[in-house]
Design a protein around this ligand. Sequence first.
Ligand code: NAD
Length: 306
Amino acid sequence: MKILITGGAGFIASHVADLMIDNGHDVVIVDDLSNGKKENINPRAAFYHASILDRTLADIFREEKPEVVIHHAAQISVRDSVKDPLRDMEINIKGSVQLLEHCKDHQVKKIIFSSTGGALYGEQDYFPADENHPMRPLSPYAIAKLSVEKYLFFYFTTHHLPYTALRYANVYGPRQDPCGEAGVVAIFCQRMLKGDQPVINGDGNQTRDFVYVGDVARANLLALQHEVTGEINIGTGVETSINTIFNEIRSFVAPGTPEVHGPAMPGEQLRSVLSYQKARTVLGWEPTMPLTEGLKRTVDFFRHMQ
Ligand code: NAD
């Protein structure tokens, strides 16, 4: 199948592209390299150095005629979205809607969208959060993800474009970026490997749901193979504190590193964890990577980058 992947030079979508290619699909990557890296691009993929906001996207659709679109291109920093909501809106909402217009015009069979769980549900009423949990998007980044989910529903009901919105938990693994939603893993790895002191924000008891990038890529492959339209959480159902992440990474990299705490980040979410029951039922997906092994692989990646 011909698959167009936006953001395919980035962390998550480069793993998605690799897996799709390994499974015999024909992959076209569109990335403006604003945050992605050329070395992440699978050499067997066709690559267009372009923004999803560019007019040339129309030519790319005409030339490549993708059957499926997997959309990961985005401004990914929650903090930057707070500082500059207009820029976030331009890329994350307007860019996505332009992409949907092309999908409609070229009768794309399906679109898979990288949404977010943690940032959409906000401070949770119950744990783990399922897809019916109330939405409390507290940043322009999260508001944009929710908006795109609504546009997807509109394009499905009005233009018959099937979609799957995968609401990721905090994705970590090789090639990850310190600005992303699970950025703390990359930050701790990079600082400890350099011999610098990492600082834990607040008491470190805040929790997140850390899901390995290989498991996330597999969720995209299953979403491609299953005819299911709607939103699906992709997380582990396990809450892990920032202190635990610190201790695990420290044990592989620099066991003598002292545990140093700084002030808590104002407004930082306290607990976040996603239920994957729907993913199990409708996609047959389950997380398979144990946290310790996933963190080891991430540390090894950053060690080789040194
Ligand atoms: P990333 O920055 O590594 O990947 C995003 C890619 O999009 C980059 O290669 C960047 O160059 C590209 N890009 C940005 N703006 C573009 C534009 N206008 N046109 C074309 N390409 C553009 O980030 P990531 O962590 O791999 O995130 C991928 C997607 O998954 C994003 O949509 C993000 O919001 C979503 N997501 C990530 C997490 C996480 O924990 N990392 C959690 C939930 C959702």
